[in-house]
Design a protein around this ligand. Structure first.
Ligand code: SF4
Length: 215
C-alpha cells in the first residue's frame, strides 16, 4: 500500500528512486486518485479482519473475496501479525513505510502487501518488499524473510504470489538503498512513468522520455 506519511525513501516508490535517486525528494507533489482512495478502504477493512476486530461477513461484499484470501493466508501461517503499522529504519534517514501486515514467527518474517490494482505484481525481486525486509531486519532477529503479494484483482496469473529472501539478499538491498540515499543522480527509464516530477512537468528529461515512449 502507499505509505501514509511520506518518506523521502518510501518503499512503495522504491522502483523509481532506486533507479533515479534524484526523484527521492522530500517534498514531491502529492498526487491522489480514486484508485488510491479505494485501496485505503480495502486496507483498512483487511487489517480489521486480520486483527479479528470485525468478521469477514461485515466487510463490504465487493471486498470479501480478496480480504478473505488475504486473511486466510495469514491465519494459516500463524505467528504474530502487525497490521498497518509504520516501520522505520534506524540506520538510513527518511526510510520508512507502512506494512500492510508483518507476520513474525520466531526467526521468520512474512511481509504481506495487499494490492488492489489490476496490473499483476510479482513478489520475486520486488523492491518494495525488499525495502520493508531491510527495515524489519533492524527491528527483529530474522533468518528467513518471505514476501507475499495478495492481489485479488490481478487480470492474469495467481492472486497470491510469494518469494523468499535470504538475509544476504536483504543486506545487499539495504546497501543499495544506502547508496541511493546519498546520491542525486538523475536517470530516465520506465520508472519515470508515474514520477510526480514528470506528471507535474518538473522534469524535462522524464517528459522527453515519455514523449519518446508514446505515453
Ligand atoms: S521523471 Fe525525472 S526525476 Fe522522475 S524518475 Fe524520471 S528522470 Fe527521475
Amino acid at each position: 500500500m502507499s505509505d501514509k506519511l511520506h518518506a523521502r525513501l518510501s518503499p512503495s516508490s522504491s522502483g523509481r528512486w532506486l533507479n533515479c535517486s534524484y526523484s527521492a525528494q522530500k517534498d514531491l507533489p502529492e498526487l491522489t486518485n480514486a484508485a488510491a482512495v479505494e485501496g485505503n478502504e480495502a486496507h483498512d477493512w483487511a487489517a480489521e479482519v486480520v486483527m479479528k476486530r470485525v468478521r469477514l461477513d461485515q466487510v463490504p461484499s465487493h471486498l470479501q473475496d480478496g480480504i478473505g484470501r488475504y486473511a486466510a493466508h495469514i491465519f494459516e501461517n500463524g505467528g504474530t501479525p502487525y497490521c498497518e503499522q509504520m516501520w522505520e529504519s534506524f540506520a538510513i534517514d527518511d526510510f520508512f513505510g507502512t506494512i500492510d501486515c508483518l507476520l513474525i514467527n520466531d526467526d521468520k518474517a512474512a511481509i504481506y502487501d495487499y494490492k488492489t490494482g489490476k496490473w499483476p505484481v510479482d513478489a520475486e525481486g520486488n523492491t518494495q518488499l525488499l525495502c520493508y525486509a531491510a527495515i524489519v531486519a533492524e527491528h527483529f532477529n530474522i533468518d528467513e524473510f518471505f514476501g507475499v503479494i495478495v492481489q485479488p484483482n490481478a487480470f492474469r496469473g495467481s492472486k497470491i504470489k510469494t518469494a523468499e529472501f535470504t538475509p544476504r539478499e536483504v543486506e545487499r538491498h539495504r546497501k543499495r538503498v544506502a547508496r541511493a540515499a546519498v546520491s542525486d543522480e538523475k536517470k530516465v527509464g520506465d520508472w519515470c512513468r508515474f514520477c510526480p516530477l514528470r506528471l507535474t512537468d518538473q522534469c524535462y528529461e522524464g517528459l522527453q522520455h515519455g514523449v519518446i515512449r508514446g505515453w
